[in-house]
Ligand binder design. Sequence first.
Ligand code: X2X
Length: 339
Amino acid sequence: MKLTRRSALRRLCAAPAAFALGGAFPLLARAAGFTLKYGNNLPLTHPLNIRAQEAADRIRKESNGRVDIKIFPNNQLGGDTDMLAQVRSGGIDFFTPSALVIATLVPVAAINAVGFAFKDYGQVWSAMDGPLGAYVRKAIAQRRLYAFEKMWDNGFRQTTSSKAPVKTAADMDGLKIRVPVSPLPISMFKGLGAAPASLQFSEVYSSLQTRVVDAQENPLPIIQVAKLYEVQKYCSLTNHIWDGYWFIANGRMWEGLPEDLKTVVARGINEAGLAQRDDIRQLNASVQSDLESKGLVFNKPEADSFRQQLRKAGFYSEWRDRFGAEAWGLLEQSVGKLA
Ligand code: X2X
């Protein structure tokens, strides 16, 4: 009885004290700050990590130390599938899934990866900074994830192989190729006659090394920083998919952040994203000769045979139906008629 009364009394005293601390000294309460975790799947040397670190430093400074973003690169916290689960549960606060990866949760997010849709970066950014990107961001928000406005660049995906160069669609026949864990690239490479296998990026190097697969496809900067040239011989500039990274935050965490900090964080991340896009564009101009010096043999196929084969396989009409007329229409606004 006595004990109960005493602990009740203690609770009564503690409550107003805590309230007073937050109410009368809001700055003090906030000074406690937010330590936020960001996980991604790329080596530290990739522009995504270099610019993310710059953003974290800037955000720490502009928030007077109230927001401290800690980066966990290179699949340290698990592969993409694990990190996607963690950012949903709040185990991590930020994640940058490729559009292909977040599409396992938000199917329409794969729309930028429709084969041979984008011809150049003019078309890419007009779509992703415009109505198509807005459409996808809304779909992401419905899963209680906040997607920052500016997508980061992964790049145009190219095909590497240890077997032979890919010159036309016919060279895809039976090719054991690793693709990200995502339905669209599986459907696309099956349509091209290949034998695709879904593997997380964390397993790509070793699966090529042990010949579980013979080929993979990724933008040149990734082939460089992940040293895939060590386990591949040919690089065919197929440009088959344009892929970008959505910078996403756990929805509950984001909603709980004070408005002034949201502004600082969003500005830091979006502006770093724009700089990162420039980095990738510049890398694209120089990375091929570096990879050639490391032994990769390049060729540049025409897109026609691939497009034709995909049409024949019903790839475009299937994915138009899966994404829906509205999203498909927004894509075609930027790239022209597809099917
Ligand atoms: O897994 C890949 O191939 C990568 C790194 O490009 C993605 O994040 C989709």
